[in-house]
Ligand binder design. Sequence first.
Ligand code: HEC
Length: 165
Amino acid sequence: MKRMVLRAVRGVLISVSVMAGGLHSMGGLGFGHENHPIHMPDPQQTVAFRTYLMENIGANAKEMKGKIDAGQLKEAKMNAAAIAIHATRIAALFPEGSSEDSSRAKAEIWQNWDAFLASATELSTEADALAVAAGENSATAVKDHMQKVFGTCKGCHDQFRKPEQ
Ligand code: HEC
């Protein structure tokens, strides 16, 4: 009896470490710039927290594209919904003047706040539309919205994000 429990526990431990290995090799979700696993920063640490959020948007976008390219549209729905939800938090995570040395946010964000906000809203709207289209297994609409989603990433980064230091 005791032995069986032990074996069951060991089985769980093994599957957990296999899962962790799988996540690690994906190189996305929750890993910092140097690919070390990191905890979610305190939401009060605005720059660290929004970088974590953006990196999670990036990890979801990458996984979403992989699934869509492989024709697994319904599986991509969850990633698109996560991006749509995250995008609704962008505005609150860029309070006026929140640019430290470690941040790539340009001052232009606050000089051109309406355009920045419009871009965040567009990301949320397009990712949400993609999630619906993915749920309906509608390939043409999915591809159309995916192009717009990646267009908003690029558009906002080109205008509002400093080049990598
Ligand atoms: C409304 C503007 C906006 C949109 C839309 C946007 N981003 Fe960002 N993103 C930024 C800004 C600004 C930063 C830099 C924040 C900082 O360093 O303080 C950033 C940072 C990042 C980072 C963190 C690493 C780095 O190099 O700074 C990743 C990854 C990222 N974005 C991916 C994406 C992806 C993928 C999308 C689209 C699915 C997206 N972003 C959409 C503005 C945006």
